[in-house]
Ligand binder design. Structure first.
Ligand code: FAD
Ligand code: NAP
Length: 334
């Protein structure tokens, strides 16, 4: 089945609430039908959209927005130690984390409350609180929209990196139809080293549910609710710099925070932005969130996507001038 709507308003399809129109909005549970529609309209560009929580639109989308509709979930294999669980790409990611945690299946709990769909999780290898999607992904089922064939990707073929993957590097060709996770049953490996998780867990016995609830509490306290302040999470990736760049930077900034990543150093972009003096609602109706300057928010109902893009460029330029570091957007901008 395929549903095609023309000149479709997209404000409700993205967490920045960008109020533009798409030339076509196509929803379907058939990858073949989607591929056929794209072939018939090959002169137009297209974008696969999930929950729209990692996107920024700055104008009308003069192409085809594809909203896949794959909602099955099933256990493929299970024994007393592990479960292999296949989940349709269009299901809400956090609902799946809730479901698996309730079943006492371990692996996804640190990724609690990340907005968006299951199908988008492997695209940028979502991560939070010391865990990345790649840590639990067994395989990713896709439909190759160019060659009209199904293709299963192993984790190696996905080429997962820090907020990166083969899919992010080759956008559009592969429509993710389902993601299969390998989760633990009993004998869980709890990830509690990140930040203040341990402290917040305090003296209660550790369980998957307890970790999930703790992370939900931390996130609710620290991050803006997109319903109140439209945003797309971290706007930029944390820059990863070489040892020589790091040495130069830390000479001039004695309190520069960092995390060692093999031979390189990850610098929190939020710190760089803060040091450039971006605080709160600086730029008319856009600004950075007071608790987390890496999140750019709309502070007025009619702030446009274009204003957000301009503001993000102002941040990039200022950070570059002060620190010589080019911040790379994590959000995809159209
Ligand atoms: P969309 O924004 O709709 O799309 C993102 C990309 O995936 C696009 O390139 C799109 O084409 C592609 N895509 C989507 N579905 C498919 C599919 N089925 N097949 C092929 N391609 C597809 N991210 C983190 O990593 N960690 C966090 O902790 C985190 N916290 C966030 C907090 C907030 C408040 C917000 C608003 C965002 C946060 N994000 C975080 C970013 C975002 O939630 C993730 O990137 C998420 O995976 C995006 O899912 P989505 O369904 O909304 O994807
Ligand atoms: P935070 O805890 O204030 O930390 C700031 C940054 O430092 C994080 O981005 C994180 O990098 C890095 N960091 C902190 N502790 C680390 C450690 N032990 N090892 C390696 N890197 C470390 O960050 P926050 O904004 O409150 O977010 C908490 C977590 O949720 C982070 O993992 C963050 O990625 C995730 N998050 C992501 C988004 C998004 O849109 N992508 C939005 C909100 C929250 P990493 O980002 O690499 O973890």
């Amino acid at each position: 089945m395929i549903q095609v709507l023309e000149n479709y308003p997209i404000a409700s399809l993205n967490t920045f609430r960008d109020d533009y129109f798409a030339r076509y909005f196509v929803q379907s549970n058939s990858p073949e039908a989607i591929a056929r529609f794209l072939e018939q309209h090959s002169e137009l560009s297209y974008l696969i959209i999930g929950g729209g929580s990692n996107l920024l639109f700055t104008e009308n989308f003069d192409g085809i927005l594809i909203s896949p509709d794959f909602r099955e979930k099933q256990v493929i294999l299970e024994d007393e130690k592990m479960v292999i669980f296949q989940v349709g790409a269009s299901l809400n990611f956090d609902k799946i984390v809730e479901y698996t945690t309730d079943k006492n299946w371990g692996g996804l709990e640190n990724l609690s409350l990340i907005p968006g769909t299951v199908g988008a999780a492997p695209i940028q290898n979502i991560g939070a609180y010391g865990v990345e999607a790649k840590d639990c992904i067994f395989q990713v089922a896709t439909f190759d929209l160019k060659n009209k064939t199904e293709r299963i990707f192993t984790p190696e073929e996905c080429q997962f990196g820090y907020r990166n993957s083969f899919f992010k590097q080759n956008p559009g060709q592969f429509l993710v139809t389902s993601v299969t996770f390998l989760l633990s049953k009993g004998n869980h490996h709890f990830h509690t080293e990140y930040g203040n998780i341990k402290e917040k867990l305090s003296n209660k016995p550790i369980s998957l549910k307890h970790i999930r609830q703790t992370i939900i509490n931390i996130r609710r306290n620290k991050l803006p609710d997109p319903n109140l302040y439209p945003n797309a999470g971290s706007f930029f990736k944390n820059p990863v710099v070489s040892a020589s760049v790091f040495e130069k930077l830390s000479k001039n900034n004695s309190n520069l925070p960092y995390y060692k990543m093999n031979d390189n150093y990850k610098i929190p972009a939020a710190w760089l932005i803060d040091r450039c003096g971006f605080k709160g609602r600086e730029y008319k109706r856009a600004g950075v969130f007071h608790n987390q300057p890496l999140v750019i928010c709309k502070f007025s109902e009619d702030t446009t996507g274009n204003e957000i893009a301009k503001f993000s460029r102002k941040i990039q330029t200022t950070v570059f001038e002060k620190f010589g570091i080019k911040l790379e957007p994590e959000v995809t901008i159209f």
